[in-house]
Ligand binder design. Structure first.
Ligand code: AMP
Ligand code: GLY
Length: 420
């Protein structure tokens, strides 16, 4: 099967690596891809917002299946357009992608289907939102409704912060805002491959959103992750499936918008049980970089079964080793960063870890691998325990030569049993 992978980050490098291991793959193409992905794929310089151009490229290269990595093309309806053109594609339709694309949509669905989640109100007017926040409890959580690349959420510890967050949200014309009760507990992410009716677990993970060691500094797209999640016991996972995931699939199917693709459930494990924080409608980044090294099943078969409604016949097998990834970011991230700095030592790191160093933001500049972006490399390693995986990843990361980059040394530290 010829496959086109859409995207250009560390998530897509991990997907390309896992797709390339499948005997079912004939040729892999990527749009736009990156220098890491280019080891497995022919990279096409396509504008993926131009769906007609993507369809034309599929026809030109006899592409039989498209795997969409990021949320933006999904919310823009690329799967609808590919399907209408007769090309099967992995990922939800535009309507089903509302589970990520609109926080208000998901909250209303949870309310209607009695899915445990934080209490909330939706607002389209600043003064009403402010009055509600003034009358309510602090901390409170303010969320802009649409896609915001992880930047649309404020957990406000004071009334002033909450009001300022509302001012900021409503500075955008026609803003929609969700105001949520603050939940306490620990967070875990559960990854479900779905085909509209069936959901199968493709692992769990815990991430690290703050930029610096000790969970300090600004929020980022994620500075590291490990899998499986240490806090998600089999009992909690079973509850999350029964109380959150399956009712969501039923509700989506009943609305005529069945969910196919990767359902990424962000969970808060509270005293009352798991509650939904949010859904994403695609693989996580950097979580994919720790899920796929644990996957033993054929990824091409799984993603194709998700797209074609045949998942119930398949099993997803994961090894019980622990995988951990450390994100190497450019100094200054998540703020402004310099591009074009040389990256060296990847081969040594790969020899140490036995896994590829996944490229998140790289380019070839005058023949040399260089940084291009905020999050640049994902150094991933395995271990029998979380402590061992962490040490292996740190050892590998230490072999990368990039003076302009930084990374957290404490990914997984809080949750590791060993003191390594
Ligand atoms: P989200 O983008 O919705 O995942 O939110 C980003 C982060 O904000 C989450 O990972 C949580 O740490 C936090 N968060 C979001 N909603 C809540 C909530 N209702 N209560 C407590 N923390 C929250
Ligand atoms: N790691 C967070 C995300 O993929 O949204």
């Amino acid at each position: 099967m010829n496959i086109l992978l859409i995207g250009s980050g560390g998530r897509e490098h991990a997907l390309a690596w896992a797709l390339a291991r499948s005997p079912r793959l004939t040729r892999l193409f990527a749009a736009p891809g990156n220098p890491g992905i280019a080891a497995y794929a022919t990279c096409l310089a396509l504008d993926v917002t131009d769906h007609a151009a993507v369809i034309a490229a599929c026809r030109a290269h006899q592409i039989e299946f498209v795997v969409v990595g990021p949320e933006v093309p999904l919310v823009a309806g690329i799967v609808d357009d590919l399907t209408a053109a007769g090309i099967p594609a992995f990922g939800p339709t535009r309507a089903a992608a509302s589970l990520e694309g609109s926080k208000g949509f998901t909250k209303d669905l949870c309310r209607d289907a009695r899915i445990p989640t934080a209490g909330y109100q939706r607002f389209s007017e600043l003064s009403a939102a402010k009055a509600y926040v003034r009358a309510g409890r602090i901390p409170v959580v303010i969320k802009a409704d649409g896609l915001a690349a992880g930047k649309g959420v404020t957990v406000a510890e004071t009334l002033e912060d909450a009001l300022a967050a509302l001012d900021l949200c409503f500075a955008t014309p026609r803003a929609e805002v969700v105001v949520e009760d603050f939940m306490t507990g620990t967070e875990a992410s559960l990854f479900l491959l779905c085909d509209g009716q069936t959901a199968k677990v493709l692992g769990s993970a815990q991430d690290h959103k703050r930029a610096y060691d000790g969970d300090l500094g600004p929020n980022t797209g994620g500075m590291g992750a490990f899998s499986p999640a240490m806090n998600l016991t089999p009992d909690l996972e079973a509850r999350a499936m029964a109380e959150i995931v399956l009712p969501t699939l039923v509700a989506m199917a009943e609305r005529g918008t069945p969910f196919r693709g990767m359902l990424y459930a962000g969970l808060m494990l509270t005293n009352e049980g798991p509650k939904l924080i949010e859904y994403n409608c695609r693989f996580g980044d950097p979580e994919t970089q720790v899920l796929l090294p644990r996957l033993q099943s054929d990824l091409v078969m799984l993603l194709y079964a998700s797209a074609t409604g045949t998942l119930s016949a398949l099993d997803i097998k994961m090894t019980d080793v622990v995988a951990l990834t450390i994100v190497m970011a450019a100094n200054g991230y998540p703020g402004a960063v310099r591009h074009g700095e040389p990256l060296q030592g990847l081969e040594a790191a790969e020899a140490r870890s036995g896994l590829p160093v996944f490229h998140a933001g790289t380019a070839i500049v005058e023949g040399a691998l260089s940084s291009k972006g905020g999050r640049v490399l994902n150094v991933t390693a395995l271990g029998r325990t979380l402590g061992e995986a962490r040490q292996n990843a740190l050892d590998a990361a230490g072999l990368i030569i990039w003076p302009g980059g930084f990374y957290r040394r404490d990914i997984g530290l809080r949750w590791s049993q060993s003191t390594s």
